[in-house]
Each structure stands twice: as structure tokens, then as C-alpha cells.
Write a protein that binds this ligand. Structure first.
Ligand code: JFZ
Length: 446
């Protein structure tokens, strides 16, 4: 067959074992913080507001002019991340609107030229490093502000939906007449070089994103100079982790990105990523940027479900906060982070360093509980999504496999015995559910 080699194209010489070693801190960490912050926090109605409402640069300018983050103190952000149990953080250095939180030589459209008057990325890096949290940069490949970035259907200046194909064509060509992706490509490369050079060691680069079927409907790896770009990144920051949104995997490069990024998917969908390197990115309320009037906030249980289900399928959760225009996490975000921290404080051993267990421990599909497994300590962690009414929990096929069981939150013993069916194990839990949304039992394997 002709395309047996379609996934054979390689950019680096790295063995699977070397990759596992390079990603070890990240696969151990399991839990990170995403931060979407930019001047879209002022309209406070989605980070895509410029696109959604087809705002021109002139109409969007007032958010640049009024950006004045008087409460910006990334040391507070870092403390909240730490206390929630997050081990790395990725900040939007530039989102699709093109506004840069960092001081770039290649644009005036940056925080240093606003009332903030300083490089906000620099302070973010210093604050998170000081808390021992790994640091990552999100950088948008799309740019709705750069004059050379061509208009496509994901651009605020795209033709009106109700135009015919021919009329759309005319709008595209009139808008794109003087735009030149080669020049944009150079800008992108220059900025990524700045980010990879001026802030010390950077642990993650999160590029976003590559999509579409043709020039009108998207962009391709070639538009970004993707191979050239990633080679530069690896050279400037050996060891860095890069996500898969340069689109190189679709172009047949097996090592075009280090991990997959299933976005805003339901926990049940995470099953299919088992065995790969992956990180699901999720929001508290739906949008990524601060959205004042969005009321669809996930509760503690839904957030824990995402975190536990990620670890139980060998993946990470990066959970997003959209700080306000003043530079603070609003109380809803702080409250949600606190609720996770309350659980993580006692239960982090079932998340860090954990992955899916060997198949022989799988629970029947009818059970809603989730298992994680620490391959070093050989401990199994049973997350109780359903607490049994009488405290008796039957684990099919577990008889003879367990040497000891305890609640993770307080190391109190959980007695067990063989069930009526000799292959069953019956755990005798406290009758009343321990005071955690999802209690965890730690099982020592024989
Ligand atoms: C992108 C951004 O457009 C969005 O604002 C946010 O930053 C998010 C993390 O990433 O959105 C995407 C990108 C890729 C997919 C979906 C949404 N995708 O590949 O399914």
C-alpha cells in the first residue's frame, strides 16, 4: 500500500523511551492550569468576541486603550494554582486577537504600550517558578490583528454568511490583496523565538491551531512554516513539550507534537485516548476568556470527574481560568479552585504518578467507579462515584488480589472478606459516606 509510510516522517531522532523520559514530569503531574487572559477580558463576553461580532480593529481598540489591570498579581494566581494541586500552568502570551502580554520587538500591540506598562509574561513566569510550578506558553498561530495574516472564515473580517460563493470570493481577494503570509510567518517565528529566548527555561509550548480544508477555510502547517518552527523551538528549548496543534501529525510527521489535546470533551470520551500522551483542556464555564454573564459553571463533582477520569485513562487535565480585566481570578473561579484543593489535599496520591491499572483489575462496565494505579508503589485507587447504601461494596474478581485496604483521606482501615461468589471481594466501608464528594479507597495489591 502506498501510504504505509504516512506516519513515518520524522523531525527528530528520539526513541520512545527517550520521549517517555522527557515527558515524565508531565505525565506524573496530571493536573495543570490554563490561563486565558487578554484584552478580551474587558468586553467580558468570550475571547472570540472580535470574530463573533465581526469587530474591526478600530472597534476593538477601546479594549486596548482601557486595559488597566490594577489587581494583577501573578503571585496570587500561583498560590491558588498550587493550593488546587496544579503542577504546571500555561498562559496565553498572545491569543487570536493578536494582543501580546509580553514585550515583543516586533509589534506595538502589546501590554507594555497599555496602562499596564510592563511585560506581564515575565511576572507570570517569575511568580509560578517561585511556587515550584512548571511554566508553559500558549501562543496563537491565528492573528486577527496582523496586517499580513490572510482573511479566512475564522477571521473577524470574513465575508457575510449570506453572500454567494462568487461574492465571498471577491471579499476575500479584496481583503487579501496586500496580505502576505510569508511576512506573517516571519513575524510568528520571530515572536516564538523571543518567547523561547527571553524568559529562561520554558516547559511547555502550546500552539493554537491548524484547521480547515483550503486557504479560505483554514490554514495549513505550511502557512506557519511548521517544520522550520518546531526545529527552532527544540533547538532553543531542548526538552520542551509541544502540543499537537501545528497540524504536523496530519501531515504525516509522527513526532510533530508531543501530546494530543482533546478539548472540552465529556469524561466518557476520554477513554479512547488511553495509551497515548494526552491532555484534555477544559473550562469552568464554557468560554476560555473571562465571560461575566456566563452562568454554566461546573460544580466540584463535574471537575473532579474530569480530573479523575483523565488520570484513570493515562492523561492530564488542564483546567482554565479566565482572569478579569483587573487581573484577578473572580470569586467563582477561586471558589472552584478551592473546592478542588480541598479534595486534592487528601487525595493527590491517587492522581500524581498515576495511570490506568493493568486490565485484570478492570471493573465491570456497570460500575461507575474509576480506578487509578501507581505503577511504582503498585497501589490501586478506587474512586467512589457511587457510595454503597449499606457501606458494602462488592468488587468482582478481586478476591485474593488485595493485601490491605484503607480510606485514602485518613488511612483508616477498610476491612474486607470474600463474597458469596468466591471470586468477589466485599469491602466494609463506613455506613456514612466520608465528607468528600468522591471518597477514595487505597488498595494494596498482593
Ligand atoms: C482554541 C481557541 O480558539 C480557543 O479560544 C481556546 O484558546 C482553545 C484552548 O483553543 O479553540 C479550539 C482549537 C482547536 C479545536 C477546538 C477549539 N479543535 O481542534 O477541536
Amino acid at each position: 500500500v502506498q501510504h504505509v509510510s504516512s506516519q513515518d516522517k520524522k523531525i527528530f531522532n528520539e526513541t520512545a523511551a527517550q520521549k517517555a523520559e522527557r515527558l515524565k514530569w508531565w505525565t506524573d503531574a496530571r493536573f495543570g492550569m490554563f490561563i486565558h487572559w487578554g484584552i478580551y477580558a474587558l468586553p467580558a463576553r468570550h475571547e472570540w468576541v472580535k470574530h463573533n461580532e465581526r469587530l474591526t480593529n478600530e472597534q476593538y481598540q477601546k479594549y486596548f486603550d482601557h486595559f488597566n489591570p490594577d489587581e494583577f498579581d501573578p503571585k496570587k494566581w500561583a498560590k491558588e494554582a498550587k493550593q488546587a494541586g496544579m503542577q504546571y500552568a500555561v498562559l496565553t502570551t498572545k491569543h487570536h486577537d493578536g494582543f501580546c502580554l509580553f514585550d515583543s520587538k516586533y509589534t506595538n500591540y502589546k501590554a507594555t504600550n497599555t496602562k499596564a506598562h510592563r511585560d506581564l509574561v515575565k511576572e507570570f513566569v517569575a511568580a509560578f517558578r517561585a511556587e515550584g510550578i512548571k511554566v508553559g506558553f500558549y501562543y496563537s498561530l491565528l492573528d486577527w490583528h496582523h496586517p499580513d495574516y490572510t482573511v479566512d472564515d475564522a477571521h473577524p473580517q470574513r465575508p457575510a454568511d449570506n453572500l454567494g460563493e462568487k461574492e465571498k470570493e471577491e471579499v476575500y481577494s479584496s481583503f487579501n490583496k496586500n496580505r502576505d503570509m510569508a511576512r506573517y510567518r516571519q513575524y510568528l517565528k520571530n515572536q516564538v523565538a523571543e518567547l523561547m529566548t527571553n524568559y529562561g527555561k520554558i516547559d511547555i509550548l502550546w500552539l493554537d491551531w491548524t484547521w480547515g480544508k483550503d486557504a479560505k477555510h483554514g490554514k495549513h502547517p505550511q502557512d506557519w512554516g511548521a517544520v522550520d518552527l518546531i526545529k527552532m523551538v527544540r533547538k532553543l528549548q531542548p526538552g520542551i513539550l509541544v502540543n499537537n496543534r501545528l497540524g504536523l501529525d496530519q501531515d504525516g510527521y509522527a513526532d510533530g507534537g508531543d501530546f494530543e489535546t482533546p478539548e472540552q470533551v465529556k469524561p466518557a470520551e476520554l477513554l479512547k485516548y488511553k495509551g497515548k500522551y494526552w491532555e484534555t483542556c477544559q473550562t469552568f464555564s464554557g468560554s476560555w476568556g473571562y465571560y461575566r454573564d456566563e452562568h454554566s459553571w461546573k460544580n466540584q463533582r463535574q471537575l473532579l470527574d474530569l480530573l479523575i477520569t483523565a488520570a484513570a485513562n493515562g492523561g492530564n487535565l488542564i483546567l482554565n481560568v479566565g482572569p478579569t480585566a483587573r487581573g484577578e481570578f473572580d470569586y467563582r473561579a477561586t471558589h472552584a479552585l478551592d473546592s478542588l484543593g480541598y479534595w486534592m489535599h487528601e487525595h493527590h496520591p491517587s492522581i500524581y504518578h498515576c495511570t490506568f491499572p493493568p486490565d485484570e483489575y478492570n471493573l465491570p462496565a456497570s460500575m461507575d467507579d474509576r480506578l487509578t494505579y501507581n505503577p511504582d508503589t503498585k497501589k490501586l485507587y478506587l474512586h467512589l462515584f457511587h457510595y454503597p447504601d449499606n457501606g458494602e461494596l462488592v468488587l468482582p474478581n478481586y478476591n485474593g488480589k488485595i493485601s490491605y485496604a484503607q480510606l485514602l483521606n485518613d488511612d483508616s482501615e477498610v476491612p474486607f472478606k470474600a463474597g458469596d461468589n468466591t471470586t468477589d471481594l466485599v469491602l466494609k466501608l463506613p455506613k456514612a459516606k466520608p465528607p468528600y464528594e468522591i471518597p477514595v479507597i487505597e488498595l494494596s495489591l498482593k
